[in-house]
Design a protein around this ligand. Sequence first.
Ligand SMILES: Nc1ncnc2c1ncn2[C@@H]1O[C@H](COP(=O)(O)OP(=O)(O)OP(=O)(O)O)[C@@H](O)[C@H]1O
Length: 313
Amino acid sequence: MSVPVVEIENLVKRYQELVALDHFNLTIEEGEIFGLLGPNGSGKTTTINCILALLAFDKGTVRVFGREMRPDSYDLKRQIGVVMQNVAVFQELTVYENIDYFCGLYIRDKALRRQYVEDAIDFVGLNDFRKFYPKKLSGGLLRRLNIACGIAHKPKLIILDEPTVAVDPQSRNKILEGIQELNRNGATIIYTSHYMEEVEQICTRIAIMDKGKNLAIGTTEELKRMIKKSEIISIDILDLLPAQIAAIRDIKHVYEVTFEHHCLKVLCSGGSHNLPHILNYLQEQNVSFGRVYSELPTLNDVFLEITGKELRD
Ligand SMILES: Nc1ncnc2c1ncn2[C@@H]1O[C@H](COP(=O)(O)OP(=O)(O)OP(=O)(O)O)[C@@H](O)[C@H]1O
């Protein structure tokens, strides 16, 4: 079995009285796009900073590529690319010079570095802006530059801390597609976000965290199976008898039924045949119906059921 890329065991990080990470555990395998999902202040950035040994912690261990991570683990750090939440580029350097500077921290060979810088510029689509200074770039382009600086040296592990905050949809899509491409090219990705749609779209596995704890971990499908609510079926119907409503309540996997304003709403758990079971019953009863729609749970529902609060803040 291959060595996990990141192993975090029993990590405790306090800022004075505040416990930012509370016996936090996490293992990330090679080839994953791993999502750390949690509301503001849940401890995502603290986790990243501990993985990078940028922060001293109170208890626990962090191993990267099977070795203990220390502030002076330069050979490990060389294999990691980091894109932090705040854009960190030099205002007095152009797009090209910025990427070249950050790449040069790891790649000494000049010809190879030139190639890597070109690859990074291509990758984030900044070809037309290579001579621009950062202050001339829009927020989205600046984020792309920030990403290019973090990944130009072709690291094996790439950590992106909320890279799409406040970017326009075009740049956002470009960033998400880019992350998937980096992963296809062999990089393991750690991606933090409080946008559940993004995490759902690109991550192979997700940890839901809150108050410094890892509350649930799994693929999107596994997380959704952990909660009671799995499907809401709504059907427009002119009229239903109380006995028919009661009979629908008795259908397997149904746990809540309401009928208001000519709309039947059925909450179901588990099972993949909830909709046909309900429609079959209505047809048997000669009940005619209009619009039918089914909503599957979101990661927000998972978060809501586990923590009792919305993911969005
Ligand atoms: N340097 C610091 N000193 C004191 N408290 C801190 C410090 N950095 C973070 N915290 C606190 O630790 C907790 C975790 O913060 P952290 O930044 O890791 O959360 P986060 O999930 O990354 O949030 P966000 O989505 O806002 O970036 C929060 O309560 C935060 O206020």
